[in-house]
Every structure is written in structure tokens, then in C-alpha cells.
Design a binder for this molecule. Structure first.
Ligand code: NDP
Length: 483
């Protein structure tokens, strides 16, 4: 059960170790076994990574975009060929079941690399007629970008940041979560094998302070964080100090509204995907499930039957549908919220307890009769805990859905096409689904509003966040000077 990388960091195309950095471990959360031992980056390692990125970036940006795209395309192919091995690695690091990692992690990363590979050579500026004179715009790379990742989708997050950054001519220094340090290193090796020149994608390990040092360095032009709102506030403030571009992909407490005309089986399936996939550790999860009062009993009956049948177990067994949570610390946090839900008077429909004493397993849990004021309906739990709230009226449920500091995602289930569009147009969320949930294809921009973030990843929107515009005024006549 070991997946020890050759060293902790990958800088300028080489493995780097500095044992002076504090030691930490990657732990398989299903058993508590140590998968790998690493060291956090020291200031010298951080400096080495940033210097390598700065050195490599200008030559890379000067290459024809189609060449940059070709490298990323090759990397996408390698990710797909190695999907099984990378999925096992991701499962060991995160505890997510292989059934999921085989289809959702490296596969999504490969999609991002392929998408931005094709996008690279399509980027153009504008020509702006000005009468006698004219202007044009150039899309330029930003320079050195820092990516900081959360632990729930480590490979996907690394690819969603690296692919657009590299496609548009930037270099990246990426810091994975200390809880899941391994797959970003695998990505660095794959990009090198695909032909990425040294120094363009560097991985440094460590806790928050390593991320904080990266963000404040004057060589850095842009910061892209995937993480919690409290971390986002710090990183965004720090980026602002340096007047750096920033993308913040943060947490949520998203609403999923199920109207009385919805296809009930589909709505139940979507609510389960929106709360139990990856053991509920997904930022965009629809954790406040508003169900029209007239279908509440039927909804809860179907939900309890299907939730009770979820196969929990060894995440390396492909039959397993739900694995453990990522760590002991996170397990305690999620169990604390479940206790709070019980204490607040929410009705436990199913689950509600830890499973076994080894591994960080929690039963898929559903609370009904939840009210808007309860803590479990307001705070991001990031575990397999669904809260079901009742509603009667469309306008009222929209107001309640929006009554949160978050605004990452939202979903609506209805057979009434007009109502579907009418409701999403009023929901304060960066991504909305009608009769679907949590599908995030790379073609579609993804990101939050309100406290859930700024900027967008994926789709054409990513161009705005990894390039800047240079305007060029072209004088085509004599200079009209008044003196
Ligand atoms: P955290 O905010 O705790 O950490 C995110 C990353 O930031 C980690 O790599 C962390 O390092 C690093 N970090 C912590 N403090 C600082 C700092 N002061 N400066 C720079 N970097 C810092 O989030 P989690 O890892 O616990 O991930 C879960 C959260 O991420 C949830 O809130 C979830 O909603 C959100 N998320 C958002 C997504 C989105 O796209 N909107 C997608 C996935 C998750 P370390 O942890 O190693 O100390």
C-alpha cells in the first residue's frame, strides 16, 4: 500500500528533496496506513520553484500556440493511458472509491488538457477602427501563476488550473493540499514526458504557510485557489496587496429545489449524487434540498430506500460506492455536525453514525424537517449529510435558497420548462442545473458568486483569467500636437 514518490517536490523537470522542511504523511483514510512520507517546502525550495517558473515562462509564451497545445494534447493522452494507475493513486490519497476515481479524476483532468490544447491556437485579439488611425489588442500570458489545491479532487484541480495556464503561455507553481500531495507530482512527470519544457509546471508541497509564501512573492502574477471561504479571504487579501490577478474557487451550501411536478426518481437520484458522491466532499453539492411539501413523503421514502442500499467499504474494491472521508480530523468535524443536527431537532431519516472504528467512514445521512436557521442548513459540512427542507411557494423558496453568504451552485427539478428557466434566472449561483446536478464538463465555465468565489475555471471564460489584454494604438498620420 505504498505510493512513495521519488521526492517531495518537482522543480525545473527534476525531483527535489529538502529534509529541513517539516515532515508529513499521506494516509490512506480507509485503513490509516501511511502511503507516503514527504517534507514541506523550505523557503529555499519555494524560491527555486518560482525562479524556475520565471526563467522558463518567456520562451514558452513565445512559442507558436499550436506547439503549446500539442504538448498538452500529448499529456491528455498519457493521462488516459495511465488512468487506472492514477485512479488507484487518487484513491489511496483521498479514500474516494475507485468506482469514482476511474471516471471522474484523471479523466476530467485529461478533458481539461485536451480542451485547452485545442483552445490555445484559437486565441486572437481585436482590431478596432478609429477613423484614420486604428488600434488592436494582443492577448498576453500573465507570467508565473500559483495554483493552490484542495484535497477532494487533487488531480482534477491541478489540471483545471495547469491546462489553461500553460495553454495560454504561463508557467505554474502548484501547491497541492498537504492531505493529498501525490497526484500533482504524477501530473508533473506526465507533462514532462509529453514534452513540456522544464520549469513550466512545478510542484511544491506544504501546509498553508507555503501557499501564503507563494502568494506574496513579487514574481507571481496570478493566484488560483480552490479551498474554503476562510482560506479564500486570506489568499484574496494577500493577492490584492500585490495587485495580482486572482481566481477563488471556494465553498458552498447550494440549494437543490424539487418541485411537485418533477420526475421523482430522477430527483432522488440527483439529490443523492448531490450529497453522497465522493462521500459528500464536493464544493458544489446541493446540500439544502428543498422539496415541495406535497411530494415530501414520497421523496423521503424513495430516498431512504436508495440511501440505505449504498455500498460502503474498501474504496479499492470497484463494487464500493462510498468510501471513507479524507481524514480523521474531517471525520470528527462531520460527526460533530451530525450531532448538532440531532440536537437542533432535525428528524434523522437514515444514517447518522460512524461506521466501524477503523477508517473514516460515515453512513449516508439524511435529515428531514430541517429549518433554515439550523446550523446544518447554514454551514458547509463537506460530508455525506443531506438536509431536506419543505416549501410550498416558488417565490418563497427562491428567497430562502438565496438567503446564504454562499453562491456556488444551485439546481432545479421540474417538468415545467418555463419554471425551470424562471427559477434559475433568480438564483444567486455561479452554476445552475435544470433536471441534472453536479455535471461539470470542461466546456462549461465553473465558479461562484458571493462568498463562493471570483473568476471562472473552464470554458472560454478561463481565457479572461489566464491572459491579459494589451491595447496597441497605431497612428497612421501626422501627430497633431498643439505646441
Ligand atoms: P482549505 O481552504 O483548508 O485549503 C485549501 C488549500 O489552501 C490547501 O492547499 C491549503 O494548504 C492552502 N492554504 C491554507 N491556508 C493558506 C494560506 N493562508 N495561504 C495560502 N494557502 C493556504 O480547503 P480544504 O483543502 O479543506 O478543501 C475543502 C474546501 O475547498 C471546501 O470548503 C470546499 O468547498 C472547497 N472546494 C471548492 C471547490 C470549488 O471549485 N469551488 C472545489 C473543491 C473544494 P493545507 O491544507 O495543505 O494546509
Amino acid at each position: 500500500m505504498r505510493a512513495q514518490p521519488k521526492a517531495s517536490h518537482f522543480i525545473a523537470g527534476a525531483w527535489v528533496e529538502d529534509r529541513a522542511g517539516s515532515a508529513f504523511e499521506s494516509i490512506f483514510p480507509a485503513t490509516g496506513e501511511v502511503v507516503a512520507q514527504l517534507h514541506a517546502a523550505t523557503p529555499a525550495v519555494i524560491d527555486q520553484a518560482l525562479a524556475a517558473a520565471a526563467d522558463a515562462q518567456h520562451e514558452w509564451a513565445a512559442r507558436p500556440p499550436v506547439e503549446r497545445g500539442r504538448v498538452l494534447r500529448r499529456a491528455a493522452d498519457i493521462l488516459r493511458v495511465r488512468n487506472h494507475e492514477l485512479s488507484v493513486l487518487e484513491t489511496l490519497d483521498t479514500g474516494k472509491p475507485l468506482q469514482e476515481t476511474l471516471v471522474a479524476d484523471a479523466a476530467s483532468g485529461a478533458d481539461a488538457l485536451e480542451y485547452f490544447a485545442g483552445f490555445a491556437a484559437t486565441v486572437t485579439g481585436q482590431t478596432i477602427p478609429l477613423g484614420r488611425d486604428m488600434a488592436y489588442t494582443l492577448r498576453e500570458a500573465l507570467g508565473v501563476c500559483v495554483g493552490i489545491g484542495a484535497w477532494n479532487y487533487p488531480m482534477q484541480i491541478a489540471c483545471w488550473k495547469a491546462a489553461p495556464a500553460l495553454a495560454f503561455g504561463n508557467a505554474m507553481v502548484f501547491k497541492p493540499s498537504e492531505v493529498t500531495p501525490l497526484s500533482a507530482l504524477a501530473l508533473a512527470e506526465i507533462l514532462q514526458e509529453a514534452g513540456l519544457p522544464d520549469g513550466l509546471f512545478n510542484v511544491v508541497q506544504g501546509m498553508g504557510e507555503v501557499g501564503a509564501q507563494l502568494v506574496t512573492d513579487p514574481r507571481v502574477a496570478k493566484v488560483s485557489l480552490t479551498g474554503s471561504v476562510p482560506t479564500g479571504r486570506k489568499v484574496y487579501a494577500s493577492a490584492a496587496q500585490g495587485i495580482k490577478s486572482a481566481t477563488m474557487e471556494l465553498g458552498g451550501k447550494s440549494p437543490l429545489i424539487i418541485f411537485d411536478d418533477a420526475d421523482l426518481d430522477n430527483a432522488v437520484g440527483a439529490a443523492m449524487l448531490a450529497n453522497f458522491y465522493s462521500a459528500g466532499q464536493i464544493c458544489s453539492n446541493g446540500t439544502r434540498v428543498f422539496v415541495h411539501r406535497s411530494i415530501k413523503t414520497a421523496f423521503l421514502d424513495k430516498l431512504a430506500a436508495r440511501a440505505g442500499a449504498i455500498v460502503l467499504g474498501d474504496p479499492l474494491d470497484e463494487a464500493t460506492q462510498m468510501g471513507p472521508l479524507v481524514s480523521d480530523g474531517h471525520l470528527s468535524k462531520v460527526l460533530g455536525y451530525i450531532d448538532q443536527g440531532k440536537a437542533e431537532g432535525a428528524r434523522l431519516v437514515c444514517g447518522g453514525a460512524r461506521v466501524g472504528s477503523t477508517g473514516c467512514y460515515v453512513q449516508p445521512t439524511v435529515f428531514a424537517d430541517v429549518t433554515d436557521e439550523m446550523v446544518i442548513a447554514r454551514e458547509e459540512i463537506f460530508g455525506p449529510v443531506m438536509t431536506v427542507l419543505d416549501f410550498d411557494d416558488e417565490a418563497d423558496v427562491i428567497a430562502r435558497a438565496n438567503a446564504t453568504e454562499y453562491g456556488l451552485a444551485a439546481g432545479v427539478f421540474t417538468r415545467d420548462i418555463m419554471r425551470g428557466h424562471r427559477v434559475v434566472s433568480q438564483l444567486q449561483a455561479g452554476t445552475c442545473w435544470i433536471n441534472a446536478y453536479n455535471l461539470t464538463p470542461v466546456e462549461m465555465p465553473f465558479g461562484g458568486v458571493k462568498a463562493s468565489g471570483v473568476g471562472r475555471e473552464n470554458g472560454h471564460a478561463a481565457l479572461e483569467h489566464y491572459t491579459r489584454i494589451k491595447s496597441v494604438y497605431l497612428g497612421l498620420g501626422d501627430v497633431d500636437a498643439p505646441y
